[in-house]
Write a protein that binds this ligand. Structure first.
Ligand SMILES: Cc1cc2nc3c(=O)[nH]c(=O)nc-3n(C[C@H](O)[C@H](O)[C@H](O)COP(=O)(O)O)c2cc1C
Ligand code: SF4
Length: 792
């Protein structure tokens, strides 16, 4: 054997190889396994580091290719970037002369990008961010300029900063800018940028209208072109915090909006909604410079200050209802909705609440919470709650029985009723009260008409709160879609919430819901401002308000704030009715004219329902010179219309109410109204309601009763018969003098001796009287699709 060049002989070399092979054969499996294991670990490691950078990269890329940002959530803070196509791969390849050259030559694209919140960044709502209000105006004959200057100074003062530069809050002194002098590109393609500090902008635009060529036309053209420019995102101003527009016009020359009143402010509002990605922060204000201009502007300013202060605290505009911020009013009028009256609906509540657990007490914590609730009854420091109160049994027996009953919440959060009611837009307050914005309140906010109570009694729907302190009822009326899940009972056997808790809760939730309407197109600034003061309360939502043991205290709180009370009861609780103190108007639902019909339609839980009903009528008769009493008849075809006029006339003769309201049942959806089997066929036509009312009036006259048809509201299928006590000098006086009512109440107390005539209002307006339709002439009537309906 010869050693090789490195001094190892071939035989030794062969031996080494052989040893190696043997080693491999003996240990190959663990070697392969360990290698695979190490490779696996390596792969996992590499993958995880890739994950950490991947999504960021991906989101950046996603954001880059996003060309539309209209869908940016109201709570995401968009930021603008100018895409630099020169830096892209494409542009590099164009430099090398390949056929993608055109990509480089394309225009620079300006677009919105979502600024994802990262820790440590200066987000809105943090100290570092300043808020700059920019007040733009145009003015031909100088009045707008003058008024806008004063407005801006006052706004600065309200925001805690002065126009001179000294500012105590996060607000920089508002800047005033003449549209005729600025470069639109500087403000209306992207908001201006500050070199020195982080600034968010809020735009206000005060725009008079001119039907001649003016700077307004150039401005509007610019907004429109920016929106349509394919190089620019459709919402390049989405990074502003919000905007609002105020218009000046002249009603002498342009009396209505259809005739051009403030038409350019409306246009600016529309384009700003598009460019800002639906950032309308406050409704479009409009004022007649000769009449109410200053007043409207003041109102607008005060609403804006609230919004701006909220922005200062939270950085965001807050919640809105669907449609908030849209450029234009939706064409569809809202579906018919419960207006506190009765209606047929095709959504059985049980369906809505599917899957939720039962409403029973579930654990010890619940009991503890209930005891806590009961202890917070600071209203009268009465020991009553949480004892169950039995309305049906009097004397000691009742107390004995009550003491043995377990006290539950009427509508626990976990119950199907809670789920069903909240899904329908009700806010549940405490454990047994509710509040909801009715469709007429929304309609009045948008100038689309108020409910019949405006035509009959002068109630502004946008200042009306619909609520109840008891969601429970003792009937299961066929037209009530809620049966199946709503609590029913003949006795109050639940925890009793204190009246103050309910009063504060319903108001808070009502205002919250009104505020959510702020960004809805078509909402009128002056109505919105008025709506922030509740003037009326319709205690007629769902359930039976006088079921609530502290109803009188609750009424006292309403009246204490000069909120009128329209209370509807179901004529099943005579004792509570007898104990009821003054309300502005007291209703009793009269759903049928005879025992059998009442059983069929109301499906009462009380066995002595007819006797209770009769006793209620007696009480009403006794009270007719102390309370303003009303019979409410709800007509359901096939149930309580046919041949019943005479029967109803008998009931009117018994109760002698001040008024009889007749209303066709409301339809909503393609009803089968679940177990009741009601359909659209049960909804009477307006003409049928009219025929019934004429027959009823005749039947009353036949009995020598002095009633007449006083008013109508065809839009909601409702007609009012009134006692001639409310006819003065041949004119109906169905309106109410609310101020007088409160004066009398303050003077004479809640049990005081005063009569409905003492607070009778001025004559019923001509347009509301029988034969004139009853639609509020201030408003625009629309059909179900939101199209204007011309007056007949
Ligand atoms: C030439 C001219 C045209 C106008 N056209 C309208 C109009 O179409 N609709 C409207 O509501 N007001 C119209 N107005 C009323 C103005 O909007 C209103 O007077 C406004 O306050 C004027 O503001 P200024 O003094 O700042 O120019 C017009 C006024 C002028 C002088
Ligand atoms: S009275 Fe009030 S709650 Fe009832 S429908 Fe009219 S506005 Fe709505």
């Amino acid at each position: 054997m010869f050693p090789d060049s490195r001094g190892v002989s071939p035989s030794v070399f062969a031996e080494i190889i052989q040893d190696g092979l043997q080693l491999w054969h003996e240990h190959r499996i663990p070697i392969i396994m360990s290698t695979l294991f190490v490779l696996g670990l390596l792969r996992i490691y590499l993958h995880s580091t890739d994950d950490r950078t991947g999504p960021q990269l991906k989101s950046k890329l996603d954001a880059k290719v996003t060309s539309k940002i209209a869908s940016v959530g109201r709570d995401e803070k968009p930021k603008f970037v100018i895409a630099k196509e020169e830096d892209s791969e494409d542009s590099k390849s164009t430099e090398t002369g390949n056929n993608r050259k055109s990509a480089k030559q394309g225009p620079r694209r300006i677009r919105g990008d979502i600024n994802r919140k990262t820790r440590g960044s200066t987000e809105p709502g943090t100290e570092e961010h300043k808020i700059q209000v920019l007040v733009f105006y145009s003015s031909l004959t100088a009045s707008t300029e003058k008024i806008t200057r004063t407005f801006t100074q006052e706004l600065a003062a309200s925001l805690g900063c002065s126009a001179e530069g000294e500012h105590l809050s996060r607000f920089l002194p508002p800047r005033i800018l003449d549209l005729a002098e600025i470069d639109f590109d500087e403000y209306f393609i992207t908001p201006p940028k500050s070199e020195t500090e982080s600034v968010d902008h809020f735009y206000l635009l005060v725009i008079p209208s001119y039907n001649i060529d003016s700077i307004n036309d150039t401005f509007l053209e610019h907004l429109q072109e920016t929106h349509h420019d394919f190089r620019i995102d459709t919402s390049p101003l989405a990074s502003i915090l919000g905007y609002s527009v105020f218009g000046f016009g002249d009603r002498e020359g342009w009396p209505t909006e259809e005739e051009g009143f403030c038409f350019q402010a409306k246009d600016v509002d529309k384009w700003m909604a598009k460019l800002s990605g639906r950032k309308r922060a406050y409704p479009l204000g409009m004022g007649d410079w000769k009449r109410d201009g200053k007043e409207r502007l003041l109102e607008w300013r005060s609403g804006l200050v609230d919004v701006l202060k909220q922005l200062e605290q939270t950085g965001f505009l807050g919640e809105g209802v669907p449609g908030s911020g849209d450029p234009l009013e939706s064409d569809d009028e809202e579906e018919a909705e419960d207006d506190g009256e009765v209606m047929i609906d095709d959504v059985p509540a049980s369906k809505a609440a599917k899957g939720r657990s039962s409403g029973s007490l579930e654990d010890v914590e619940d009991i503890g919470r209930i005891m806590e609730l009961s202890r917070t009854d600071d209203s009268a420091k009465k020991p009553a709650p949480p004892l169950a109160i039995d309305f049906t049994i009097e004397g000691k027996q009742a107390v004995k029985k009550a003491a043995t009953v377990t006290v539950k919440e009427m509508v626990p959060k976990s119950s199907p009723t809670y789920a069903a009611l909240t899904k329908q837009g009700y806010s549940i307050v405490g454990s047994h009260s509710g509040v909801k914005i009715c469709r007429w309140t929304k309609s009045a906010l948008r100038g689309r008409g108020s409910c019949y109570k405006f035509s009959f009694y002068g109630i502004n729907s946008h200042q009306c709160m619909e609520s109840t302190p008891s969601l429970s009822c003792s009937n299961k009326c066929v037209f009530c879609w809620r049966h199946g899940t709503n609590p029913v009972g003949t006795t109050w056997r639940w925890v009793v919430d204190p009246p103050k808790l309910i009063f504060d809760g319903v108001k808070e939730n009502h205002y919250k819901k009104i505020k959510m309407m702020r960004g809805v197109p078509g909402v009128r600034a002056e109505r919105f401002a008025e709506a922030m003061r509740i003037r009326h309360c319709a205690l007629s939502l769902v359930g039976e308000p006088i079921f609530y043991p502290h109803i009188n205290e609750f009424l006292g709180m309403l009246h204490g704030e000069r909120i009128s009370s329209f209370l509807v009861c179901n004529a099943q609780h005579p004792d509570q009715l007898a104990a009821l103190q003054h309300v502005t108007q007291l209703y009793v639902s009269i759903d049928a004219s005879n025992r059998e019909s009442l059983r069929r339609i109301d499906r009462p839980l009380h066995r002595d329902f007819w006797e209770r009903f009769q006793r209620c009528l007696d009480i009403l008769r006794e009270r007719r010179f102390r309370q303003r009493t009303v019979f409410r008849l709800t007509l359901v075809k096939g149930f309580n219309i046919e041949d019943e006029a005479e029967g109803y006339a008998d009931l009117v003769e018994k109760g002698l109410p001040c008024f009889v309201e007749v209303k066709g049942v409301t339809y909503c959806g393609t009803s089968t109204s679940s177990s009741a089997g009601l359909t659209m066929a049960n909804v009477p036509f307006y003409q049928e309601v009219c025929d019934f009312v004429v027959a009823l009036e005749r039947a009353l006259r036949k009995r020598g009763l002095e009633y007449g048809i006083a008013a109508e509201h065809a839009h909601s299928c409702c007609i009012l018969l009134a006692s001639e006590r409310f006819k003065v000098d041949g004119k109906w006086h169905t309106l109410i003098d609310y101020d007088r009512f409160f004066e009398l109440l303050e003077e004479k107390g809640p049990d005081g001796d005063f009569s409905p005539e003492d607070y009778m209002g001025p004559p019923t307006p001509e347009w509301a009287t029988w034969g004139n339709g009853g639609f509020d002439p201030r408003d625009q009537r629309v059909d179900k699709k939101g199209r204007p309906i011309e007056a007949a």
